[in-house]
Design a protein around this ligand. Sequence first.
Ligand SMILES: O=C(O)c1cc(C(=O)O)c2c(n1)C(=O)C(=O)c1cc(C(=O)O)[nH]c1-2
Ligand SMILES: [Ca+2]
Length: 669
Amino acid sequence: DQAGPDEASILANRDSGKDWPSHGFDYAGTRFSPLTQITSKNVDKLGLAWSYDLKSTRGIEATPIVVDGTMYVTASWSVVHALDAKTGKQLWSYDPKVPREKAYQACCDVVNRGVAVYKGKVFVGSLDGRLVALDAKSGKKVWEKDTIVDRSRPYTVTGAPRVFRGNVIIGNGGAEFGVRGYITAYDAETGKQKWRWFTVPGDPAKPYENDAMAKAAKTWDPKGKYWESGGGGTVWNSMVFDPELNLMYIGTGNGTPWAHRKRSPAGGDNLYLASIVAINPETGDYVWHYQETPGDNWDYTSTQDLILADIKIDGKLRKVIMHAPKNGFFFVVDRTNGKFISAQNFVDVNWATGYDKNGRPIEIAEARSEDKPFDAIPGPFGGHNWHSMSYSPKTGLAYFPAQNIPLNLMEDKNWKEHGSNKPGQPMSGIGWNTGMLINAETPSSKPFGRLLAWDPVKQQERWRYEHVAPWNGGTLSTAGNLVFQGTADARLMAFDAGSGDVLWQSPMGTGVIAAPISYQVDGEQYITIAAGWGGVFGQTQRASETTTPGTVYTFKLNGKAEMPEFAKHQLGNLLTGVKYDPALVEEGTYLYVSNCVFCHGVPGVDKGGNIPNLGYVDKSFIENLDKFVFNGPFVSRGMPDFTGKLSAEDVEKIKAFIQGTADAIRPKK
Ligand SMILES: O=C(O)c1cc(C(=O)O)c2c(n1)C(=O)C(=O)c1cc(C(=O)O)[nH]c1-2
Ligand SMILES: [Ca+2]
């Protein structure tokens, strides 16, 4: 009977690298495997050992966990699969049966970033906010908890739970819509709630939960009635742990609404949005915070992967946190006390020129313009999003995918209500609450995606690899002098960790957004990636010509298994022939933005990701659009039922926009 892993075995595994026992490999989140069988000298001999069909057509974001020869990986809709890590044979699977109508309350695809495994149990957070403990051997449910404080709010769970000091810790998402962020700790054995920590203050008419909330409330303007929309600050991805300091660290998300002036009219830092916060994992007590984006106005979440390392700065060994959040700066912070050490931009940025010695950004005034559109660089998709970062103590470099995805936004001067549904306000028809309008002016910044190797001591780039598109996968680095990364254009690549030379690659059949892992069974080292295109950008766009269901691929030296067949992605013909009134196109544009755009993309311009682009579907779909929009025929696929939200006239306007846009972009003969 296996009872592992526990804290001691997870710490010991850092040196052996046999398992991949926790989300970021170790508690520090380094994603650095000490295994050395596969090296920069022999990586060209890497071949497929096995593959496993996850039966999923939406984004796959999971980091698999491997313990004692068993792999635990999740697919979209929070479905867990347990596999024999040597053969890929299924041992069991568990489907939490997420109600499909929950999909549209997830801002960014029906994704899940993986499980935690501790003392014979597997923990998964379901999209609809339950934390389920399964028996690791059988996959049978042991206990289940509802982690959501207020079911009237659109909370979702996409992140992997973590287990620190015997507590299962889980956060949630929903800050695009309007929720109050928090994390909760449950006893891993019994499921009993141990503590809960909110990230932002609640209604000031009620007592604050703790001193940290009282302190935070002073940085919000109550005239903004921020508690009505929840304030935001969701913890939907990163959590790491330093057992010696007995501190866990979380990265917190953006504000609701995005527009700072709207949620806090007099300004203010709005603690603890867009921050790193240190918490005692046993008591849930706040210890310190460092806010990376005071008064967030751009969806600059700080939920990207945190990594703990001990690095030499100015001749002194420092206990630091490294972080590359959405806002485009690479941070090094002292993890014993939260003191700022340094920050340097890793992509071009146009909202700040840098950070002063106290760790405050030096802002550029236009970035908070009240009445002009602002093509923020990075945009709301981030200079780096959740795609995992790794850190190699051998090279002293951090490896992560950097990017730009342009989006031109303008504050909505007339925004008043919390959760207002207004044409032109992105996805507000299904509850998004940004206080922003999408500007029809095309952004002038350019999209790109690249792998960066970053020196955290010198705060400078060491090397880069330019990808064909944004939205590439997370990274794994290994003691074999390698960095592995999956790409938007459907490859798994291996780079020389020191030089960035491309040493090996394999086609994947689908764009990759998750991060690879490495482990060892019976003396053989394996590299695994859970591939499946999606996430917020991947719903509407693609960079691959093939398409396959979500698949787990596992490689080893001289592996001889055959790749599954990849289907060529069939893009239909550009839509033609739907009758429409050109006078309705403009109003249709605003309605499309407020109801359709982040799932279906711009008709004809985007090519469709894991959700079809309406500029390339059969004409009969658009002619009969009302039949798909009303009475919910596609609710089972996650599409909302717009009955009562849109009128029949609205649908005619949306049809005019779809066909009108397709006609406008059609090459002239
Ligand atoms: O504010 C939030 O609560 C929240 C949640 C999530 C999520 O849970 O996936 C994302 C974001 N924000 C977000 O801003 C974002 O860019 C994003 C990308 C993704 C993804 O999985 O591709 N999720 C999220
Ligand atoms: Ca967000």
